[in-house]
Design a protein around this ligand. Structure first.
Ligand code: ZN
Length: 109
């Protein structure tokens, strides 16, 4: 089984590293370059104005008795509509809590 499947990595993202800590599994993931960022200011895709990125930590389902944290790379863009900097909008982060059931079964069989 691939790591990506095991941890239910969202579509368009790759695992860039892996930290196996005593208390938790920390998994940094980042978007593939071809996956376009959606501006959280106006909801559109900007191909110019890349500003940088920030890393946010998202709690995933526990695996092998440990907490799992995804460290998600969020890109930032200068929005041409108002000239402000926005991070990309990532819908699956909000839905993350709803996903788990199938994944949970894998670990409880
Ligand atoms: Zn925008």
């Amino acid at each position: 089984m691939q790591m990506r499947e095991l941890f239910n990595t969202p579509k368009g993202y790759k695992i860039s590293n892996f930290e196996n800590n005593p208390e938790s599994l920390d998994i940094p993931i980042e978007p593939y370059k071809k996956k376009k960022a959606i501006c959280s200011g106006c909801g559109e895709i900007h191909t110019k104005g890349y500003h940088g990125f920030e890393i946010i930590k998202v709690r995933d389902l526990p695996a092998v008795g440990r907490k799992v944290y995804l460290h998600v790379k969020k890109r930032q863009y200068v929005c041409p509509k108002d000239g402000k900097i926005y991070v990309e909008q990532i819908d699956w982060i909000k839905k993350k809590e709803d996903i788990p059931i199938d994944l949970l079964k894998m670990f409880t069989v």
